[in-house]
Design a protein around this ligand. Structure first.
Ligand SMILES: Nc1nc2c(c(=O)[nH]1)N[C@H]1C(S)=C(S)[C@@H](COP(=O)(O)O)O[C@H]1N2
Ligand SMILES: [Mo]
Length: 363
């Protein structure tokens, strides 16, 4: 009897403990961006990563309304056409799921089991939120602005609408958009149709999809997705720090061709142009380095592409025949640098450890 080839571990991607059926269920609903899409500036909608906590709501755009209320002097209500008639702005924004890299932590936090692909960059078109909040007249007593989506479910034993908040000053940033288009087309259902929030620089959880309500509140918002989830917790009883802006990170376009099962790479020896992207939600990218078998050299940066999109980089590698390990790491203008090893936390948030890619160069 023929035996099946034994599974091999793939570049840090294989978990020490097998995935559970629940993780597989989440992973197949919430797909990654295939890393070869790092080669293009804008991720096509069908290739952009997805993260949906509950179900994708089915929304009739004609009946949909956005309500702005709570601690405001003039509660407002908008149809989609009314929002589209307002000032329009397009921003190229790199979104990353805060749980990206989770499955490479040990022990593995059990949730959406991202490896590297919880990432994507799109042109988001919409109307600036700040002008709407000004029209509504947020009262001086307001501390947070709460954004609620049309999707509802149970998480951590608590039934909830998906909701997140920003402080009033964060919400008043000129770059926060109520977006109704992605890469020049109406939002696809899975990305928040008809209207979502886009909060540039922040991990994806802040960019609430299927937006229905915006409410100014006079006490700090304590919803589940704010106070219980999206925290850097050292242990289960640690309240932890909130997850906010995206940590500095880089990834490379996998060079050459893949092995089907392990995704290990095969290249011809000789000159190989390595390419990738780097981003940080806190400051511009200052430097990217590539390591070949543990020896670091500077990569070349492409020109920046706006304030909120990933930055391209390249590196000319002279590949000697044999097996190699490639790594890349980025540093931003405030000196944040990617760690070599991940920093573990209970929920598996913000893992920005360097990517390791195993490559064999053919003689
Ligand atoms: N209403 C709602 N908004 C949401 C979510 C959600 O489950 N429901 N997921 C959030 C998370 S965790 C991320 S990472 C981003 C993902 O956006 P994308 O699916 O368009 O890539 O949406 C955020 N907005
Ligand atoms: Mo996320």
């Amino acid at each position: 009897m023929k035996t099946l080839p034994k599974p091999q571990s793939g570049a840090g991607a294989a978990p020490a403990v097998p995935l559970t059926a629940e993780e597989l269920q989440l992973a197949s609903r919430n797909h990654a961006m295939p890393l070869e899409m790092l080669a293009v500036d804008r991720t096509p909608a069908g290739m952009h990563y997805l993260l949906i906590h509950f179900d994708v709501p089915v929304i009739d755009a004609g009946a949909w309304r956005l309500r702005i209320g709570g601690a405001v002097r003039h509660p407002l209500e908008f149809t989609l056409a009314q929002l589209q008639a307002r000032e329009q702005r397009t921003l190229a924004v790199t979104l990353e799921c805060a749980g990206n890299g989770r499955s490479m932590l040990e022990p593995r936090p059990v949730s959406q089991p991202w490896i590297h692909g919880g990432i994507g960059t799109a042109d988001w078109t919409g109307t600036p939120l700040a002008a709407l909040l000004e029209e509504a007249g947020v009262e001086a007593a307001a501390v947070d602005i709460v954004f609620t989506g049309a999707d509802r479910g149970v998480q951590g034993g608590e039934e909830q609408d998906y909701a997140r908040s920003l402080t009033v000053s964060e919400a008043m940033s000129p770059d926060v958009l109520l977006a109704y288009a992605m890469n020049g087309a109406p939002l696809p259902p899975q990305h928040g149709f008809p209207v979502r929030l886009v909060v540039p620089g922040w991990y994806g959880m802040a960019s609430v999809k299927w937006l229905t309500g915006i409410e100014a509140v006079t006490a700090p918002f304590t919803g589940f997705q704010q106070m219980a989830f999206y925290r850097y917790q050292a242990s289960a009883d640690d309240p932890g720090e909130p997850v906010t802006r995206i940590r500095v990170r880089s990834l490379m376009v996998p060079p050459g061709i893949p092995d089907f099962f392990t995704r290990d790479r095969l290249v011809e020896s000789g000159p190989v142009l390595l390419r990738g992207r780097a981003w940080s939600g806190r400051a511009p990218i200052r430097q990217v380095q590539v390591a070949v078998d543990g020896v670091w050299s500077d990569a070349q940066l492409d020109p920046p592409d706006g304030e909120f999109a990933w930055r391209g980089w390249s590196f000319r590698w002279q590949a000697e025949p044999g097996r190699h390990e490639l790594m890349c790491r980025a540093m931003d203008a405030i000196g944040q640098i990617q760690p070599l090893e991940p920093e573990w936390n209970v929920q598996g948030m913000g893992n920005n450890a360097v990517q390791k890619v195993r490559v064999t160069a053919r003689p």
